[in-house]
Design a protein around this ligand. Structure first.
Ligand SMILES: Cc1ncc(COP(=O)(O)O)c(C=O)c1O
Length: 331
Protein backbone atom coordinates (compact mmCIF):
# COMPACT_ATOMS: atom_id res chain seq x y z
CA UNK A 1 0.00 0.00 0.00
CA UNK A 2 1.20 3.54 -0.80
CA UNK A 3 2.59 5.77 1.97
CA UNK A 4 -0.06 7.38 4.19
CA UNK A 5 -1.81 10.24 2.43
CA UNK A 6 -0.33 9.77 -1.03
CA UNK A 7 -3.08 7.78 -2.72
CA UNK A 8 -6.58 9.09 -3.43
CA UNK A 9 -9.87 7.60 -4.55
CA UNK A 10 -11.15 8.79 -7.96
CA UNK A 11 -13.82 11.15 -6.61
CA UNK A 12 -14.09 14.09 -4.24
CA UNK A 13 -16.97 16.11 -2.82
CA UNK A 14 -17.07 19.88 -3.43
CA UNK A 15 -19.19 22.90 -2.73
CA UNK A 16 -18.71 26.62 -2.92
CA UNK A 17 -19.73 29.77 -1.02
CA UNK A 18 -20.52 32.76 -3.24
CA UNK A 19 -22.83 35.75 -2.76
CA UNK A 20 -23.74 34.68 0.74
CA UNK A 21 -24.85 31.08 0.08
CA UNK A 22 -23.37 27.63 -0.11
CA UNK A 23 -24.03 25.43 -3.12
CA UNK A 24 -25.13 21.84 -2.42
CA UNK A 25 -22.18 19.41 -2.14
CA UNK A 26 -21.61 17.34 -5.28
CA UNK A 27 -19.36 14.40 -6.16
CA UNK A 28 -16.84 15.12 -8.93
CA UNK A 29 -13.69 13.41 -10.19
CA UNK A 30 -10.52 14.47 -8.35
CA UNK A 31 -8.81 17.14 -10.39
CA UNK A 32 -6.57 20.15 -9.77
CA UNK A 33 -8.28 23.10 -8.11
CA UNK A 34 -8.12 26.27 -10.19
CA UNK A 35 -7.33 29.23 -7.96
CA UNK A 36 -6.92 32.87 -8.89
CA UNK A 37 -3.44 34.02 -7.76
CA UNK A 38 -5.13 36.62 -5.53
CA UNK A 39 -7.17 33.98 -3.65
CA UNK A 40 -7.45 34.85 0.04
CA UNK A 41 -6.05 31.53 1.28
CA UNK A 42 -2.78 31.96 -0.65
CA UNK A 43 -2.01 35.23 1.13
CA UNK A 44 -3.82 35.22 4.46
CA UNK A 45 -4.01 31.48 5.26
CA UNK A 46 -7.80 31.38 5.57
CA UNK A 47 -7.83 27.59 5.78
CA UNK A 48 -8.83 24.76 8.07
CA UNK A 49 -9.25 21.02 7.68
CA UNK A 50 -10.21 17.77 9.37
CA UNK A 51 -8.98 14.19 9.38
CA UNK A 52 -11.24 11.24 10.15
CA UNK A 53 -11.69 7.63 9.14
CA UNK A 54 -14.34 5.32 7.75
CA UNK A 55 -13.94 1.58 8.31
CA UNK A 56 -15.20 -1.58 6.68
CA UNK A 57 -16.01 -4.35 9.16
CA UNK A 58 -15.39 -8.07 8.63
CA UNK A 59 -19.06 -8.48 7.65
CA UNK A 60 -18.67 -5.79 4.97
CA UNK A 61 -20.66 -3.00 6.65
CA UNK A 62 -19.21 0.51 6.49
CA UNK A 63 -19.17 3.11 9.26
CA UNK A 64 -17.63 6.50 9.96
CA UNK A 65 -15.89 6.95 13.31
CA UNK A 66 -17.29 9.82 15.41
CA UNK A 67 -17.98 12.10 12.40
CA UNK A 68 -20.10 14.42 14.58
CA UNK A 69 -17.01 15.40 16.60
CA UNK A 70 -15.09 16.21 13.41
CA UNK A 71 -17.98 18.22 11.98
CA UNK A 72 -18.20 20.23 15.21
CA UNK A 73 -14.44 20.82 15.24
CA UNK A 74 -14.47 21.94 11.59
CA UNK A 75 -17.21 24.42 12.42
CA UNK A 76 -15.28 25.65 15.43
CA UNK A 77 -12.06 26.06 13.42
CA UNK A 78 -13.91 27.97 10.70
CA UNK A 79 -15.60 30.22 13.26
CA UNK A 80 -12.26 31.13 14.87
CA UNK A 81 -10.76 31.91 11.45
CA UNK A 82 -13.92 33.71 10.23
CA UNK A 83 -14.06 31.51 7.13
CA UNK A 84 -17.62 30.77 5.91
CA UNK A 85 -18.49 27.12 6.58
CA UNK A 86 -21.37 24.83 5.49
CA UNK A 87 -23.87 24.00 8.26
CA UNK A 88 -23.46 20.81 10.27
CA UNK A 89 -26.05 18.90 8.23
CA UNK A 90 -24.29 19.73 4.95
CA UNK A 91 -20.88 18.85 6.41
CA UNK A 92 -22.18 15.51 7.69
CA UNK A 93 -23.81 14.79 4.36
CA UNK A 94 -20.59 15.63 2.52
CA UNK A 95 -18.73 13.00 4.60
CA UNK A 96 -21.30 10.29 3.84
CA UNK A 97 -21.20 11.27 0.15
CA UNK A 98 -17.42 10.99 0.08
CA UNK A 99 -17.47 7.56 1.74
CA UNK A 100 -20.27 6.34 -0.51
CA UNK A 101 -18.37 7.43 -3.62
CA UNK A 102 -15.28 5.60 -2.36
CA UNK A 103 -16.95 2.52 -0.90
CA UNK A 104 -15.26 0.15 -3.34
CA UNK A 105 -11.86 1.51 -2.31
CA UNK A 106 -11.98 0.97 1.45
CA UNK A 107 -9.21 -1.43 2.47
CA UNK A 108 -9.95 -4.21 4.96
CA UNK A 109 -9.28 -3.42 8.60
CA UNK A 110 -6.70 -2.39 9.93
CA UNK A 111 -6.78 -0.34 6.74
CA UNK A 112 -9.37 2.41 6.48
CA UNK A 113 -10.60 5.24 4.33
CA UNK A 114 -9.07 8.48 5.60
CA UNK A 115 -11.20 11.54 4.86
CA UNK A 116 -9.70 15.01 4.54
CA UNK A 117 -12.35 17.75 4.47
CA UNK A 118 -10.69 21.08 3.69
CA UNK A 119 -12.14 24.59 3.72
CA UNK A 120 -10.44 27.67 2.28
CA UNK A 121 -11.07 31.30 1.35
CA UNK A 122 -11.09 32.05 -2.38
CA UNK A 123 -12.10 35.71 -2.56
CA UNK A 124 -9.86 37.27 -5.20
CA UNK A 125 -8.59 40.23 -3.22
CA UNK A 126 -5.07 40.80 -1.93
CA UNK A 127 -6.35 43.87 -0.10
CA UNK A 128 -8.45 41.73 2.24
CA UNK A 129 -5.72 41.10 4.83
CA UNK A 130 -7.83 42.46 7.65
CA UNK A 131 -11.16 40.84 6.89
CA UNK A 132 -12.55 37.39 6.25
CA UNK A 133 -12.93 36.00 2.72
CA UNK A 134 -16.32 36.61 1.12
CA UNK A 135 -15.99 33.45 -0.98
CA UNK A 136 -14.89 29.99 0.06
CA UNK A 137 -14.58 26.46 -1.20
CA UNK A 138 -14.95 23.15 0.61
CA UNK A 139 -13.55 19.83 -0.61
CA UNK A 140 -13.53 16.32 0.84
CA UNK A 141 -10.72 14.10 -0.42
CA UNK A 142 -10.65 10.40 0.43
CA UNK A 143 -7.49 8.35 0.81
CA UNK A 144 -7.27 4.58 1.33
CA UNK A 145 -4.76 3.97 4.11
CA UNK A 146 -3.12 0.77 5.25
CA UNK A 147 -2.00 -0.45 8.63
CA UNK A 148 -0.02 2.44 10.11
CA UNK A 149 2.10 -0.08 11.99
CA UNK A 150 2.68 -2.63 9.23
CA UNK A 151 6.41 -2.38 9.93
CA UNK A 152 5.87 -3.01 13.67
CA UNK A 153 4.88 -0.81 16.53
CA UNK A 154 8.05 1.06 17.48
CA UNK A 155 7.99 3.29 20.58
CA UNK A 156 8.80 6.88 19.65
CA UNK A 157 11.61 9.18 20.67
CA UNK A 158 10.22 12.57 21.70
CA UNK A 159 12.27 15.71 22.12
CA UNK A 160 10.77 17.76 24.95
CA UNK A 161 11.07 21.43 23.98
CA UNK A 162 10.30 23.87 26.79
CA UNK A 163 10.68 26.97 24.64
CA UNK A 164 9.17 26.44 21.18
CA UNK A 165 5.50 27.11 20.45
CA UNK A 166 3.60 25.01 17.90
CA UNK A 167 0.80 27.54 17.78
CA UNK A 168 -0.60 30.52 19.64
CA UNK A 169 -2.86 30.39 22.72
CA UNK A 170 -5.79 31.37 20.48
CA UNK A 171 -5.21 29.15 17.44
CA UNK A 172 -3.95 26.04 19.22
CA UNK A 173 -7.40 24.45 19.18
CA UNK A 174 -7.90 25.32 15.50
CA UNK A 175 -6.97 22.75 12.86
CA UNK A 176 -5.35 25.17 10.45
CA UNK A 177 -2.28 24.83 8.25
CA UNK A 178 -0.44 27.67 10.00
CA UNK A 179 -0.01 25.57 13.14
CA UNK A 180 1.78 22.86 11.19
CA UNK A 181 3.95 25.46 9.47
CA UNK A 182 4.89 26.90 12.87
CA UNK A 183 5.83 23.48 14.27
CA UNK A 184 7.87 22.31 11.29
CA UNK A 185 11.17 24.08 11.95
CA UNK A 186 11.29 22.72 15.50
CA UNK A 187 10.59 19.19 14.31
CA UNK A 188 13.21 19.42 11.55
CA UNK A 189 15.80 20.56 14.10
CA UNK A 190 14.86 17.81 16.58
CA UNK A 191 15.18 15.18 13.88
CA UNK A 192 18.54 16.44 12.82
CA UNK A 193 20.03 17.16 16.22
CA UNK A 194 18.80 14.30 18.43
CA UNK A 195 17.21 11.87 15.96
CA UNK A 196 13.78 12.50 17.52
CA UNK A 197 10.55 11.28 15.87
CA UNK A 198 8.45 14.14 17.24
CA UNK A 199 8.66 17.24 19.41
CA UNK A 200 6.63 17.45 22.60
CA UNK A 201 5.90 21.16 22.87
CA UNK A 202 6.07 22.49 26.42
CA UNK A 203 6.35 26.27 26.13
CA UNK A 204 7.09 27.88 29.51
CA UNK A 205 7.62 24.35 30.85
CA UNK A 206 3.93 23.32 30.54
CA UNK A 207 3.49 20.07 28.60
CA UNK A 208 1.09 20.48 25.66
CA UNK A 209 1.11 18.07 22.68
CA UNK A 210 3.21 17.16 19.65
CA UNK A 211 2.86 18.68 16.19
CA UNK A 212 0.09 16.29 15.16
CA UNK A 213 -1.02 14.28 18.20
CA UNK A 214 -2.12 14.68 21.81
CA UNK A 215 0.07 13.48 24.67
CA UNK A 216 -1.02 11.37 27.65
CA UNK A 217 1.14 10.23 30.59
CA UNK A 218 0.19 7.08 32.49
CA UNK A 219 1.29 6.45 36.06
CA UNK A 220 -0.28 3.49 37.85
CA UNK A 221 -4.06 3.87 37.62
CA UNK A 222 -3.88 7.54 36.55
CA UNK A 223 -3.88 9.04 33.07
CA UNK A 224 -2.61 12.63 33.09
CA UNK A 225 -3.04 15.06 30.21
CA UNK A 226 -3.35 18.78 29.58
CA UNK A 227 -6.90 20.15 29.76
CA UNK A 228 -8.58 21.61 26.67
CA UNK A 229 -7.81 25.25 27.36
CA UNK A 230 -7.68 26.49 23.77
CA UNK A 231 -3.94 26.00 23.33
CA UNK A 232 -4.11 22.38 22.10
CA UNK A 233 -6.25 20.54 19.59
CA UNK A 234 -9.29 18.81 21.10
CA UNK A 235 -8.34 15.42 19.68
CA UNK A 236 -11.16 12.99 19.00
CA UNK A 237 -8.83 10.07 19.73
CA UNK A 238 -7.79 11.75 23.00
CA UNK A 239 -11.43 11.90 24.02
CA UNK A 240 -12.01 8.27 22.97
CA UNK A 241 -8.98 6.98 24.90
CA UNK A 242 -9.82 8.99 28.04
CA UNK A 243 -13.42 7.72 27.89
CA UNK A 244 -12.30 4.10 27.54
CA UNK A 245 -9.78 4.58 30.35
CA UNK A 246 -12.55 5.84 32.67
CA UNK A 247 -14.71 2.87 31.61
CA UNK A 248 -11.85 0.55 32.57
CA UNK A 249 -11.57 2.07 36.05
CA UNK A 250 -8.62 4.42 35.52
CA UNK A 251 -8.54 7.94 36.95
CA UNK A 252 -8.28 10.60 34.26
CA UNK A 253 -6.70 13.86 35.36
CA UNK A 254 -6.89 16.82 33.01
CA UNK A 255 -4.66 19.54 34.45
CA UNK A 256 -1.53 21.43 33.55
CA UNK A 257 1.70 19.65 34.45
CA UNK A 258 5.26 20.68 33.83
CA UNK A 259 8.34 19.08 32.35
CA UNK A 260 9.78 18.39 35.82
CA UNK A 261 6.74 16.30 36.76
CA UNK A 262 6.90 14.53 33.40
CA UNK A 263 10.56 13.64 33.79
CA UNK A 264 10.00 12.48 37.36
CA UNK A 265 7.00 10.24 36.61
CA UNK A 266 7.79 8.90 33.11
CA UNK A 267 10.47 6.34 34.10
CA UNK A 268 7.92 4.49 36.26
CA UNK A 269 5.00 4.86 33.88
CA UNK A 270 3.92 4.96 30.26
CA UNK A 271 3.34 7.69 27.70
CA UNK A 272 1.36 7.75 24.49
CA UNK A 273 0.44 9.91 21.54
CA UNK A 274 -3.12 9.81 20.26
CA UNK A 275 -4.46 10.80 16.85
CA UNK A 276 -6.69 9.61 14.03
CA UNK A 277 -3.88 8.45 11.74
CA UNK A 278 -2.00 6.16 14.15
CA UNK A 279 -4.70 5.78 16.85
CA UNK A 280 -2.27 5.31 19.79
CA UNK A 281 1.50 5.29 19.56
CA UNK A 282 3.68 4.51 22.58
CA UNK A 283 6.48 6.85 23.59
CA UNK A 284 9.67 5.00 24.55
CA UNK A 285 12.15 7.81 25.16
CA UNK A 286 12.06 11.47 26.16
CA UNK A 287 14.98 13.67 25.23
CA UNK A 288 15.27 16.77 27.39
CA UNK A 289 18.21 19.17 27.39
CA UNK A 290 20.35 16.50 25.70
CA UNK A 291 19.52 13.78 28.24
CA UNK A 292 17.64 10.64 27.29
CA UNK A 293 14.99 9.44 29.73
CA UNK A 294 13.41 6.03 29.26
CA UNK A 295 9.63 5.88 29.61
CA UNK A 296 9.00 2.72 31.63
CA UNK A 297 11.31 0.09 30.16
CA UNK A 298 11.19 1.82 26.77
CA UNK A 299 8.59 -0.56 25.32
CA UNK A 300 4.85 -0.30 24.96
CA UNK A 301 3.32 -0.77 28.41
CA UNK A 302 0.24 -2.75 29.49
CA UNK A 303 -2.11 0.24 29.84
CA UNK A 304 -1.28 1.58 26.38
CA UNK A 305 -1.69 -1.93 24.97
CA UNK A 306 -5.06 -2.40 26.65
CA UNK A 307 -6.47 0.98 25.61
CA UNK A 308 -5.23 0.63 22.03
CA UNK A 309 -6.76 -2.83 21.76
CA UNK A 310 -10.08 -1.66 23.21
CA UNK A 311 -10.37 1.29 20.84
CA UNK A 312 -9.26 -0.72 17.80
CA UNK A 313 -11.88 -3.40 18.54
CA UNK A 314 -14.61 -0.74 18.49
CA UNK A 315 -13.25 0.83 15.28
CA UNK A 316 -12.98 -2.53 13.51
CA UNK A 317 -16.53 -3.52 14.49
CA UNK A 318 -15.30 -6.51 16.50
CA UNK A 319 -16.52 -5.21 19.87
CA UNK A 320 -19.73 -3.60 21.13
CA UNK A 321 -19.97 0.15 20.64
CA UNK A 322 -21.16 1.34 24.06
CA UNK A 323 -20.82 5.04 23.27
CA UNK A 324 -22.35 5.04 19.78
CA UNK A 325 -19.14 6.08 18.03
CA UNK A 326 -19.73 4.03 14.87
CA UNK A 327 -22.02 5.86 12.48
CA UNK A 328 -23.24 3.58 9.66
CA UNK A 329 -22.84 4.91 6.14
CA UNK A 330 -26.21 6.23 5.07
CA UNK A 331 -27.06 7.72 1.72
C1 LIG B 1 -2.02 19.19 16.55
C2 LIG B 1 -2.81 17.95 16.66
N1 LIG B 1 -3.14 17.49 17.89
C3 LIG B 1 -3.86 16.38 18.05
C4 LIG B 1 -4.32 15.64 16.97
C5 LIG B 1 -5.15 14.41 17.19
O1 LIG B 1 -6.49 14.70 16.91
P1 LIG B 1 -7.50 13.54 16.47
O2 LIG B 1 -7.43 12.52 17.53
O3 LIG B 1 -8.83 14.21 16.41
O4 LIG B 1 -7.04 13.04 15.15
C6 LIG B 1 -3.99 16.05 15.67
C7 LIG B 1 -4.42 15.27 14.50
O5 LIG B 1 -5.46 15.50 13.97
C8 LIG B 1 -3.24 17.23 15.52
O6 LIG B 1 -2.91 17.67 14.28
Amino acid sequence: MAAFGTEFTPDMVCCEFRDGTWSAPTVTPVKPVALHPASHVLHYASECFEGLKAYKTASGSIHLFRPDKHVARMQHSAAKLLVPVPDATALMRSLHMAVDAAKDHIPDYPGALYLRPTLFGVEENIGAAARPPGAARYIVLASPVGDYFAGGLKPLRLKVDDEAMRSTPVLGEVKTGGNYAAAMQHLARARQEVNADQVLFAPGGIVQETGAANFILVDGKELLTKPLDGSILAGVTRDSILTLARDAGFTVTERDFDVNELIERAPGGEAMLTGTAAVLTPVGTLIYKGQEISVGDGNMGPVSTLLRKTLCAIQSGEAEDPHGWRVPLSM
